[in-house]
Design a protein around this ligand. Structure first.
Ligand code: PGA
Length: 252
């Protein structure tokens, strides 16, 4: 099972190092369990230093929080998939709802980012999820279909290895509201069916994100077909994150 710590725009470089160094042995122990893979996603400016620590820990991987849709060139401020590969990123989150919302990222742009990551053999963590209005109007599957359509199209022409689809209902991110396990289970199974039909050999995994805490991790961990978690605010505190890893994987 995959446990992804999404630190967002929190933690200065020194704090990121403290989090990793101060909990070095416990972090290594989490990754040493063969059923668990931990992914730490710090800000771009901390990737290099964090990699220096994680590279000595099998089962603990490095992830970025975004990448450019372009391969290289005059794109001031952007970070390419090739740069991420050189710094040692194993994973990269794309299409997070905060970027879709604040930066108006389209489904097509997200798909181009996935393309760049696959070219660099970085595992894309492709985020999808409906807003609360869409949820109330029972539009979840239409929204997910629209968000994933361009991604699946791009992937049909590439040979992606080990993709991650992260289902994150927008109304659940950072709100303390968690979707009902039965509801998450049906979305997870729908996502499995979708990629099995369209990308039969890709070995994709479906993760859930949105207000995952120590209180709900055990229950969420029992959801059939769920392969991991994307953890935001609770991952800033190592002890909380560690407990989520233990509780979320207890049903394995
Ligand atoms: P949260 O964030 O755990 O703070 O709700 C999850 C995410 O946005 O990835």
């Amino acid at each position: 099972m995959l446990f992804i710590a999404n630190w967002k725009m929190n933690m200065l470089p020194a704090q990121s190092l403290d989090w990793c160094l101060g909990n070095k042995q416990e972090l290594a122990d989490l990754g040493a369990d063969e059923n668990i893979e931990v992914v730490i996603c710090p800000s771009f400016v901390s990737l290099h230093q964090v990699k220096g620590i994680l590279s000595l820990m099998p089962g603990v991987a490095l992830g970025a929080q975004d990448c450019s849709a372009h391969a290289q060139g005059a794109f001031t401020g952007q970070v390419s998939a090739a740069m991420l590969a050189e710094v040692g990123a194993d994973y990269c989150i794309v299409g997070h709802s905060e970027r879709r919302h604040h930066l108006a990222e389209s489904n097509e742009l997200v798909a181009e980012k996935v393309r760049r990551l696959v070219e660099m053999q970085i595992r894309a963590i492709s985020c999808v999820g409906e807003t609360s209005a869409q949820f109330e109007q029972q539009l979840t599957y239409d929204v997910l279909q629209a968000q994933l359509g361009p991604v699946l199209k791009v992937l049909a022409h590439q040979k992606p290895a080990r993709l991650v689809f992260a289902y994150e209902p927008v109304w659940s991110i950072g709100t303390g509201k968690v979707a009902e396990p039965d509801y998450i289970a049906s979305v997870v199974s729908w996502l499995h069916e979708l990629w099995q039909e369209q990308l039969p050999d890709s070995g994709a995994l479906v993760a859930y994100g949105g207000s995952v805490t120590e209180e709900n991790a055990a229950q969420l961990g029992r959801i059939q077909g769920l392969g991991g978690f994307l953890i935001g605010s609770a991952s800033l505190n190592f002890q909380k994150f560690k407990n989520i890893v233990h509780l979320g994987s207890s049903a394995l």
